[in-house]
Design a protein around this ligand. Structure first.
Ligand code: URP
Ligand code: ZN
Ligand code: ZN
Ligand code: ZN
Length: 475
């Protein structure tokens, strides 16, 4: 069945124009003005933006963490993502030290395959380097198309890898065409600061922020960038929150190193004062790295605008307030880290970014979809609107004014981190490979319809190489 999306304003990272899009099967078969119906189902998009489906490069669905498991799994999480305008997620597959990597990948396939309603890929977390890992990794990169590896520089005694491990993963990634992602915080010093705070009787959620100062994120970011440079490899810093870390990324890029950065909506619109909410409600806002003082937001917006940060990921990692966040009453270090953000990422960036004049419409698309497609080996199949690309499309009404509320959201979690925020704009209909997942704000998709994405290798050789490789590498 063909579909013709008629009369919308098509927006890509490069262009804004009025046009029609013909979909045949799963892909876009024609783009033009006044395209004929040819028996296609006609979908009126007059007054709407037609965006490429959002790509969320950073999610944790159905993930065991902090003594519990995230509330949203691949079904509820991807339904919420679709309502929010996202048609692809790349989730972090956790591995355990001493266990085969393949086992972990298999576990993640089992979590996702019958549940996801939109397409998905995996990043592979690596906690240690040894002969088995070195032997297994090239095969997984090749056969699974998992072309991004994640290293934690924090969460001591849980996920944290040491610098030698990070360096050897950077070398391996260079050799096999993978992008190394880091959670950049100095976990050793944080561990000491947490122990000291608790010993001093400082147990409230605000001490989560006080024990993870921006200096320790800046330091780890600079250290990771230096190791990437020494390895002549490529680095992507996840969830950048502060001026210190942005400064390190800008410096590395100015020297020509392949260093990229992501921030998240929570760091753009919320600040440290949320952690001081009464009745333990501050626990709802516990992320690592923590929310910062408001001043840092300007550095993040400037870096998004100038292209020094390339993406906005959600870092979706949701825990109920009741029964999950509450595990940390009396000890902030036991509050599960993370929050529900997958559904509001797209509209928040549009509303706070485009509508408030901080970024252009094209830059919005670049940040919400195109750059992630390029960096993570999905371009031009995803992340843009061209003939031949997957018909992953968002019909977006830019005139709707609404208030974000947990009462109306689609995530399984019992609160919304952006409760009460006024936003402008809303996805009306969302298509994934030519099929409606959301139609006129109703879910019409099906669990299991999302497909696993094998991704291209990282083929960049300079800070801008990933931007062009989609055009030249098409496997
Ligand atoms: O607090 C966070 N960010 N939770 C998710 C895990 C991570 O560090 O990304
Ligand atoms: Zn992290
Ligand atoms: Zn994360
Ligand atoms: Zn560039």
């Amino acid at each position: 069945m063909k579909k013709l999306i008629k009369g919308g304003t098509i927006v890509t990272a490069a262009d804004v124009y009025k046009g029609d899009i013909l979909i045949e099967g799963e892909t876009i078969s024609a783009i033009g003005t006044d395209l004929e119906d040819q028996g296609a189902e006609r979908i009126d998009a007059v007054g709407l933006y037609v965006f490429p489906g959002g790509i969320d490069p950073h999610t944790h669905l159905d993930m065991p963490f902090g003594g519990t498991t995230t509330k949203d799994d691949f079904e509820t999480g991807t339904i919420a993502a679709a309502f929010g305008g996202t048609t692809t997620v790349i989730d972090f597959c956790l591995t355990s030290k001493g266990a085969p990597l393949r086992e972990a990948v298999q576990t993640w396939h089992e979590k996702a395959q019958d549940r996801a309603v939109i397409d998905y890929g995996f990043h592979l977390m690596i906690g240690e380097i040894n002969d088995e890992v070195l032997l297994e990794l090239p095969g997984i990169i090749a056969s699974e198309g998992i072309t991004s590896l994640k290293v934690f520089m924090a969460y001591k005694n849980v996920f944290q890898a040491d610098d030698s491990t990070l360096f050897r993963i950077l070398l391996t990634a260079k050799e096999h065409g993978a992008l190394v992602m880091v959670h950049a915080e100095n976990g050793d010093v944080i561990d000491y600061l947490i122990a000291k705070a608790l010993a001093d009787g400082n147990t409230d959620p605000i001490y989560h922020a006080r024990t993870r100062p921006p200096e320790l994120e800046g330091e780890a970011t600079g250290r990771a960038a230096s190791l990437a440079a020494l390895a002549d490899s490529q680095l992507y810093v996840v969830h950048v929150t502060c001026a210190e870390a942005v400064g390190q990324i800008i410096e590395a890029r100015s020297k020509g190193f392949r260093v990229f950065g992501e921030t998240c909506p929570q760091y753009l619109v919320l600040d440290e004062t949320c952690l001081e909410k009464p009745d333990f409600e501050g626990a709802k806002y516990v992320w690592s790295p923590p929310l910062r003082k408001k001043e840092h937001q300007e550095a993040l917006w400037n870096a998004l605008k100038s292209g020094q940060l390339q993406t906005v990921g959600s870092d979706q990692c949701s825990f109920d307030f009741k029964g999950q966040k509450e595990l940390g009453r009396g000890d902030f270090s036991k509050i599960p880290n993370g929050g529900p953000t997958i559904e509001d990422r797209f509209t928040l960036l549009y509303s706070e970014g485009v509508r408030k004049g901080r970024i252009s419409l094209n830059r919005f698309v670049d940040l919400i979809a195109t750059q992630s497609a390029k960096l993570f080996g999905l371009f031009p199949r995803k992340g843009t609107i061209v003939v031949g690309s997957d018909a992953d499309l968002v019909l977006f009404d830019p005139s709707v004014e609404r208030t974000i509320r947990a009462a109306g959201h689609h995530m399984a979690v019992d609160y919304n981190a952006f409760e009460g925020m006024q936003v402008t704009g809303e996805p009306v209909s969302v298509l994934s490979r030519g099929q409606f997942v959301i139609r006129d704000k109703q879910f019409v998709g099906k669990a299991g319809d999302g497909q696993y994405l094998r991704r291209q290798r990282f083929a960049g050789t300079g800070p801008h190489a990933a931007e062009s490789r989609g055009a030249t590498v098409n496997r």
